[in-house]
Ligand binder design. Structure first.
Ligand code: HSE
Length: 436
């Protein structure tokens, strides 16, 4: 049985997961792939540290170029993250006829169109299952398993670190910084954890999911992105009282006039399955017209879970090595000359329900002022709650839930409400999705 040789770019959390899985399950994986898969070399930052990991037979090097140009290597696996040198090394690997697996969602979301075009010219495969939702085979599920469907929308918890932080804060009352430090120690967080906390990592993944769901080009810049750093314990508690959970969601919706691409904290009815996805777990809910709703759940980050997706992509490539490039699964699910130019919508055109929280002076007429603003803008209020003042305070929290409305109208309402003399400070706005 001929073996396939793999070169790794990176031997960190995910790289070690890949090497461990191949060492432990190599025989079983070979039976699936039809040949042995051997890691020949790995680009590492620190030679001493890498050698101390004790992976037999992997030559460690600090020369990435040597890995991607090695004539003996068939598949290059990129797990470095970020733009450069990852982009140059991947393009060089393609140029040298290597197939590529990447766990780098930023690379695919931002440079995917360029990379796929280079790969098509050379007739090589670029696979990226580990880039989205860690160990969940969601790319394969949407791209291949749902190929019969028109997808109306998808919504996912697609950042494990963010979900871990929100879960620990809400269930155990833990401090934000403390939980983030634990997520970093567990290898969940990005090298720059603001990517997790401010929603950028989720926006990268949503970009990829939206492309394979709707057949649109990758357009990371069009994703509206809001992180979890402004979610307060009060909002979490008020949401619970009203029967909702706050989750950080990536949402992509196909509409006649365009596509909504957005990442933000979201109130979801507590009874929904996805509202109960906790810790580092991810879940992606997809609404297809033929199948109805399907949900994909599993670990969204971590060494072996993400390594599992890397190895699955390697096996897929090995299995298709004998297939002509034109007969392989298209990178973005749709044939590259059939991508749609359906536009991405501006945030003012988004349609959603909203949770609004504000601080008002406890005096007659306040609620009337607020509801007048909402009524004039044709915003239907689903629920309104004024909490008791605490102690001698004259200020009270007011919470409103709206029915579905255009975001532009809500932005106008917020601007007008913030100007009312009886309202103090800013209005907190969190989007709400029933996901029904
Ligand atoms: N930082 C990412 C997360 C890693 O927490 O989801 C997996 O992509």
């Amino acid at each position: 049985m001929k073996s396939v040789k793999v070169g790794l770019l990176g031997l960190g959390t995910v790289g070690q997961g890949v090497a461990t899985i191949l060492a432990r399950n190599g025989d079983e994986i070979a039976r699936r792939a039809g040949c042995d898969i051997v890691i020949k070399s790995a680009l590492v930052r620190n030679l001493g540290k890498a050698e101390a990991l004790g992976f037999d037979g992997i030559a460690v090097t600090q020369d990435g170029k040597a890995v991607v140009t090695d004539p003996d290597i068939d598949i290059v696996v990129e797990m470095m993250g970020g733009d450069e040198p990852a982009l140059s090394l991947v393009l060089s690997a393609i140029e040298h006829g290597k197939h590529v697996v990447t766990a780098n969602k930023a690379l695919i979301a931002v440079h995917g169109n360029q990379i796929f075009s280079a790969a098509a010219d050379k007739g090589v495969v670029v696979a990226f299952e580990p880039a989205v939702a860690g160990g969940i085979p969601v790319i394969k599920a949407v791209r291949e398993g749902l190929a019969a469907n028109r997808i109306a929308w998808l919504a996912g918890i697609i950042n494990g670190t963010g979900n871990f932080i929100l879960t620990e804060m809400t269930q155990k009352g833990r401090d934000f910084a403390d939980v983030l430090a634990e997520a970093q120690a567990l290898g969940y967080a990005e090298a720059d954890p603001t990517f997790d906390v401010e929603g950028i990592d989720a926006a990268h993944k949503l970009t990829i999911l939206a492309s394979i769901a709707f057949g649109i080009p990758l357009q990371f810049d069009a994703v509206y992105t809001e992180g979890i750093s402004k979610v307060t314990r009060d909002d979490v508690a008020f949401a619970e009282e009203l029967g909702y959970r706050i989750k950080h969601l990536g949402v992509a919706k196909m509409r006649d006039d365009g596509v909504e691409l957005r990442v933000h904290p979201t109130l979801i009815p507590a009874s929904r399955l996805i509202a109960n996805v906790n810790g580092v777990m991810n879940a992606v809910l997809v609404q297809g017209d033929a199948v109805g709703p399907t949900m994909y759940y599993g670990p969204g980050a971590g060494s072996e879970p993400t390594g599992s997706s890397v190895v699955a992509d390697i096996v897929d490539i090995v299995r298709t090595l004998s297939a002509a490039p034109g007969h392989r699964v298209p990178n973005l699910a749709f044939q590259s000359d059939s991508l749609s130019s359906h536009p991405a919508l501006a945030p003012d055109a988004f349609e959603s329900s909203y949770y609004l929280r504000l601080t008002a002076i406890d005096q007659p007429g306040v609620l009337a002022d607020i509801t007048r603003v909402m009524g004039e803008l044709d915003i239907s209020i689903e629920a309104i709650v004024q909490k008791e003042p605490v102690g001698d305070s004259v200020e009270v929290p007011v919470i409103m839930l709206t029915r579905q409305v255009r975001e532009g109208a809500v932005n106008s309402a917020i601007a007008q409400i913030e100007k009312l003399a009886s309202v103090k400070g800013e209005v907190t706005r969190i989007r709400m999705e029933t996901l029904g």
